[in-house]
Write a protein that binds this ligand. Structure first.
Ligand code: PLP
Length: 427
């Protein structure tokens, strides 16, 4: 209604940009997720924890490039590494390089991987991990979870496989996350099972943390069936120094990674136990090929090695996520007694508008019927007006170096929103 009308009035250049783009890109878009109605905001630049749209509004960036932008828009180490790599090393060299080894060594040490391979995205990492698990086991089926997101071609909303380019028949979707009994039954009942693929916290599914009991139980069920237990840490590797799986003691067979680990450049990786990753050793007969022109491009390899080695050290990681936990607590406090819930862990926060304002959401299926998209959209429009760039669907991915005063200001903005709408927001 009124909020959307103000949005249209305030953003003429974004609207014009969108209209132009639709004549070239389907829907004016090349990342489906970023389409929002009536038209998406068009950003022209970012600096530190801020972005500016084409109509020249400045926003605190809570989108954080869906978690890949953890380091912010102009981290000095990332900038100088990109520039020095360009001037002293060059771009892709069409060969293996010591730089790729340096990045791989960091990944293996930090995330407890015996072997690792690099890709250009988290999606690719998951596809190759699945291919590896299938080759290793000589089986085909994969168990995944409703609400799980493993990349644009591997998405499982509403208990179904909304996948493209891969064969739907190969995926068996467990209808409820965090429900060990149901998961066990599906895993035990699936013939020809190659792998179980799961996020330790569902990210796109709403920042819903998995319980240790559930995740360990799923691993054990997978092992009993001789299937490979793959932990998708593309989103969650930032939550603890060795990733969320290590923090929770999950001991996966394979792990997939991506997002900020390339310093904000295109990146993904998959790795794990030697006997599984062996299928990717070109010296092994009958193994699997995994090529990709940009898999070891010098920019990402050199930047990536710095990310873990110098910037996102274990100490920084712990402090950053503690800060996130404190921030979420303040948001929860501000929203108590209202229809807003804040979920997540550490620096990743999920925001939900539900009928009964439930705080600990164990499974997206439990709240789906009562989600309030109108309130969610209203919140998004009003946060924009207050200078906060958040995702429409409610993910807040914090950026390192966001000033404390900005977090305070957001808590106040949330309070203000709830106060103003007490009639519809109070429980
Ligand atoms: N897996 C998870 C858990 C993710 O959150 C994402 C992206 O949001 C992916 C995989 C896909 O990564 P990418 O977008 O780099 O392909």
């Amino acid at each position: 209604g009124a909020a959307e009308a103000r949005f249209i009035a305030n953003n003429p250049l974004s609207q014009a940009q969108h209209d132009l783009a639709t004549s070239i890109l389907p829907g004016g878009n090349t990342r489906t997720l970023l389409h929002t109605s009536p038209f998406p905001l068009s950003m022209k630049r970012g600096q530190d924890a801020y972005v500016w749209d084409v109509d020249n509004h400045k926003y605190l960036d809570f989108v954080g490039e869906l978690s890949a932008g953890l380091l912010g828009h102009s981290h000095p180490t990332i900038q100088s590494t990109i520039l020095s790599t360009l001037s002293t090393i060059g771009l892709s060299l069409g060969a293996t390089t010591p730089h790729e080894h340096a990045h791989a060594a960091q990944l293996c040490a930090r995330f407890h991987l015996a072997r690792v391979r690099m890709t250009n995205s988290g999606t690719e990492a998951n596809l190759h991990a699945l291919a590896g698990a299938r080759h290793h086991t000589g089986r085909r089926k994969v168990v995944v979870f409703s609400g799980g997101y493993h990349g644009a071609v591997l998405s499982f909303p509403d208990g179904r496989a909304a996948v493209n380019t891969v064969d739907k028949q190969d995926f068996v979707v467990v209808p409820r996350y965090n429900d060990l009994e149901v998961a066990r039954a599906v895993i035990e009942g699936t013939e020809d099972l190659a792998a179980v693929l799961v996020e330790p916290m569902q990210g796109a599914g709403g920042c819903i943390p998995g319980t240790r009991e559930f995740l360990v139980g799923v691993r054990e069920a997978a092992r009993r069936r001789g299937a490979v237990f793959i932990l998708d840490e593309v989103m969650t590797s930032r939550l603890a120094p060795g990733g969320l799986g290590a923090e929770m003691g999950l001991e996966p067979d394979m792990v997939t990674l991506g997002k900020y680990l390339g310093g904000g450049l295109a990146f993904g990786a998959f790795g794990g136990r030697e006997e599984v990753m062996r299928v990717y050793d070109p010296r092994v007969e009958g193994g699997l090929a995994h090529s990709g022109t940009f898999n070891n491009n010098t920019l990402v390899m050199c930047v990536g090695a710095k990310v873990l080695g110098e910037v996102y050290t274990p100490e920084v990681c712990v402090e950053f996520n503690n800060r996130g936990d404190r921030f979420r607590e303040r948001l929860r406090e501000a929203a108590r007694g209202s229809r807003v819930s804040f979920t997540g862990r550490g620096s990743l926060i999920g925001l939900h508008f539900t009928e009964d304002g439930v705080e600990d959401i164990a499974c997206g299926e439990d709240i789906k019927a009562q989600i309030k998209p109108d309130l969610r959209d209203l919140f998004w429009f009003e946060m924009l007006e207050a200078g906060f760039w958040t995702t429409r669907r409610g993910l807040l991915a914090m950026i390192l170096g966001t000033p404390d005063e900005e977090l305070d200001r957001f808590v106040e903005a949330v309070k203000g929103f709830l106060e103003k709408r007490r009639d519809i927001m109070a429980l």
